[in-house]
Design a protein around this ligand. Structure first.
Ligand code: CTP
Ligand code: CA
Length: 227
């Protein structure tokens, strides 16, 4: 049978995508997490693969099936995510969509924390997790040529995202307006702003699939300019 030839402008290029939440254990049976669905990251991994890229998806726990034809690395915690990403280097493109837990408990208990009647509730103390996007952006010679982050903001979306881009040292930030009135959080649609060194491009509201496809085409155009 005849298959129309596809355009695969990302053939020969490698991409690393992080997705989903991380789970940070308190003890062997409990963890701290967030509501990230992983949808956006999985959609981006699929879209890059469709354009011919060699894709590694490092994902926290989600309810989504691993996309076909990519290297899938499931992890649980932020520290595992960082290790898996460092092991995936070098890559041409890195896209961090994961909702990495900002903190983990200072000391994880080896035994289930017990509730003894009459006792007070436990007090948890936290330390910061590694920042995967910032670490990838500052890799020196192994730095991916194009590093892209996401920023979920509920207010001052553009200015918060601009300073986040500076702070992290990434090339592009996709800012996501997740204020309740947009109905974005956890949904199938996104209202995104692409921020690069030249300024801000506001995208119309579209599905996560459509924004993943649009982003992948922009990435392919950018890599073409660079060769
Ligand atoms: N990110 C990451 N590792 C972390 C925290 C965030 O890789 N430990 C990445 C996310 O995947 C995203 C970007 O950094 O691409 C921005 O995440 P966000 O949570 O918006 O930024 P923070 O710097 O954690 O700031 P805050 O949560 O306070 O807004
Ligand atoms: Ca955060």
């Amino acid at each position: 049978s005849y298959f129309a030839p596809k355009t695969t402008p990302l053939a020969g290029h490698s991409a690393l995508v992080t997705a989903g939440p991380t789970h940070e254990a308190l003890d062997p049976v409990r963890y701290i997490a967030n509501h990230s669905s992983g949808k956006q990251g999985y959609a981006i991994a699929r879209a890059l693969k469709t354009l011919g890229a060699n894709v590694t998806l490092v994902s926290g726990p989600t309810h989504l099936p691993p996309p076909d034809g990519i290297t899938y690395i499931p992890i649980t915690s932020a520290r595992e995510m960082l290790k898996a990403c460092e092991n995936a280097l070098p890559v041409d493109i890195a896209i961090c969509t994961a909702a990495v837990a900002d903190w983990r408990v200072t000391e994880q208990s080896n035994q289930k924390i017990k509730k003894i009647s009459g006792d007070d509730a436990p007090t948890l103390s936290f330390i910061q997790n590694p920042d995967i996007l910032a670490t990838l952006s500052k890799q020196g010679p192994k730095r991916p040529g194009l590093v892209i982050g996401f920023a979920a903001e509920t207010e001052n979306v553009e200015s918060n995202a601009k300073s986040k881009r500076q702070r992290k040292g990434c090339d592009w930030i996709l800012a996501n307006d997740v204020s309740p009135e947009t109905g974005t959080f956890g949904g199938d649609d996104n209202t995104l702003f692409l921020i690069d060194e030249t300024g801000t491009d506001c995208w119309e509201k579209m599905s996560k699939e459509a924004s993943a496809a649009k982003l992948s085409v922009l990435i392919a155009d950018k890599l073409k300019l660079n060769t």
